[in-house]
Design a protein around this ligand. Structure first.
Ligand SMILES: [Zn+2]
Length: 138
């Protein structure tokens, strides 16, 4: 069986359907809103919906401009140069830069742990060890 890439999740407030902006925008706009959340998370766009991706996000949906207008009217989306920004994005999501920093720190921590272990086991240098090759400070 082929190995699958790890799943990525996007936070969804369980009270989102009571959000007056979502209720006033209507269920058609709501579906576009939900798809855009998945799109922004998967594409690491920091909550941005690129206008050139709208057709892909809204595939199979009718009256797309009306849905977009409803989200903008209710301030669930904000018009920006080249697309729209999901206004609540950073209430629930860290920035891509923050996530990359965290991943980097975690990888560095793991490299230091592995380096310490192989040194303690008597191997002073190991090819492929990020500490040994100088990519991570000991
Ligand atoms: Zn090492």
């Amino acid at each position: 069986m082929p190995k699958q890439a790890p799943s990525v999740y996007v936070p969804l407030d369980v009270n989102y359907m009571r959000d007056p902006r979502i209720r006033r925008a209507g269920p058609d706009a709501e579906l576009l809103y939900l798809r855009a959340l998945a799109y922004a998370k998967g594409g690491e766009t920091d909550g941005f919906v690129h206008d050139y991706d709208l057709d892909v996000i809204a595939v199979g949906l009718k009256a797309i401009p009306g849905r977009v207008n409803a989200l903008v009217r209710e301030e669930a989306w904000e018009v920006r140069e080249g697309g729209w920004f999901i206004t609540g994005w950073f209430n629930w999501n860290q920035s891509v830069a923050e996530l990359r920093d965290q991943r980097k720190r975690k990888a560095e921590g793991a490299a230091k742990t592995n380096h310490k272990r192989h040194v303690e086991e008597g191997t002073a240098y190991r090819a492929g060890c990020l500490v040994c090759i100088g990519e991570v400070a000991a």
